[in-house]
Design a protein around this ligand. Structure first.
Ligand code: S3P
Length: 224
C-alpha cells in the first residue's frame, strides 16, 4: 500500500487517501473541483495556506471563524465567553452550510468543525468538494499558536478585559492537556474526512501550497 501511495501522490509529504476508490473516478472528480476545504488542528496553517492557495487558483478564500464572527457580530473568544462552546458549534454549523453554497472557494475550517457529524456529512455530501488535512505533531501546533498569539496581542478586544492572555485568542488552548486530548481524539476524524493528507511539520507555507497544487494537477492530468 505504501508503494502505491508513493507512486500515486506527486509530493513526498502528501498522502492521497483515495486508493480504495478507482483512479479514474478520483481523477474525474478532482478535475471538476469547485471547493477545497482545509482541516486540521489549531495552528495547522489552514488560513495562511488557504489564502495562498486561493491566490494561486484565483479562487475566493473563506475563513469559517471569520464568517462566524461576521454573522454573530462577536469574535470567537467573546462567543465562547458569553454563550459557551455549544452555542459556538451551532453558529459554526450554520456558517459552514452557508459557505458550502459558494463555488470556487478555499474554505479554512476551525479545528473543531469536523468533530460534529452534521458538519462532516455536509462536507461529504457537497458535490465537487475535496478536503485536505494539514497535519503536524501537537507540540509543533501548540508552539505555533502561542507564537501567533504573542505576535497579535491587539487582535482580541474582549470587553472589560485588559490585555488578553495569549491562550484566550484560542479559548480551547487555555488548558494544554485538555487541548492535547482533543488533538488525539480529532486526528483520526481529520484523516478519515480527507482526500489529501499533508504532513506540514517540515514544510514552509510555500512548500505546502506547491505540494497541494502539484498533487491536484497530477490528478487532473492523470499523471502520478
Ligand atoms: C477551535 C478552533 C478555532 C476556533 C475555535 C475552536 C477548535 O479555529 O474555531 O477557537 O475547536 O479547535 P482555528 O483552528 O482556526 O484556530
Amino acid at each position: 500500500m505504501q508503494a502505491e501511495i508513493a507512486t500515486y501522490s506527486s509530493h513526498p509529504a502528501i498522502q492521497n487517501t483515495d486508493l480504495s476508490r478507482t483512479r479514474k473516478s478520483a481523477a474525474l472528480q478532482l478535475a471538476r473541483l469547485e471547493r477545497l476545504v482545509l482541516t486540521g488542528f489549531m495552528g495547522a496553517g489552514k488560513s495562511t495556506v488557504g489564502r495562498m492557495l486561493a491566490d494561486r487558483l484565483g479562487w475566493e478564500f473563506l475563513d469559517l471563524d471569520a464568517l462566524i464572527e461576521a454573522r454573530a457580530g462577536l469574535n470567537v473568544p467573546q462567543i465562547f465567553a458569553t454563550h459557551g462552546e455549544t452555542h459556538f458549534r451551532k453558529l459554526e454549523s450554520q456558517a459552514l452550510a452557508s459557505a458550502l453554497g459558494r463555488r470556487n472557494i478555499i474554505l479554512a475550517l476551525g479545528g473543531g468543525a469536523p468533530e460534529v457529524l452534521t458538519n462532516r456529512l455536509l462536507i461529504e455530501q457537497t458535490p465537487a468538494t475535496a478536503t485536505i488535512f494539514l497535519d503536524a505533531p501537537f507540540s509543533t501546533l501548540f508552539d505555533r499558536c502561542m507564537l501567533q498569539a504573542l505576535n497579535a496581542p491587539a487582535a482580541v478586544p474582549i470587553a472589560d478585559a485588559e490585555v488578553p492572555e495569549p491562550a484566550t485568542l484560542r479559548p480551547l488552548l487555555a488548558d494544554p492537556a485538555a487541548a492535547e486530548s482533543r488533538f488525539l481524539a480529532r486526528r483520526p476524524i481529520y484523516r478519515r474526512l480527507a482526500r489529501l493528507i499533508v504532513d506540514t511539520s517540515a514544510l514552509s507555507t510555500e512548500e505546502t501550497v506547491g505540494g497541494i497544487l502539484q498533487t491536484l494537477n497530477a490528478y487532473r492530468t492523470g499523471r502520478s
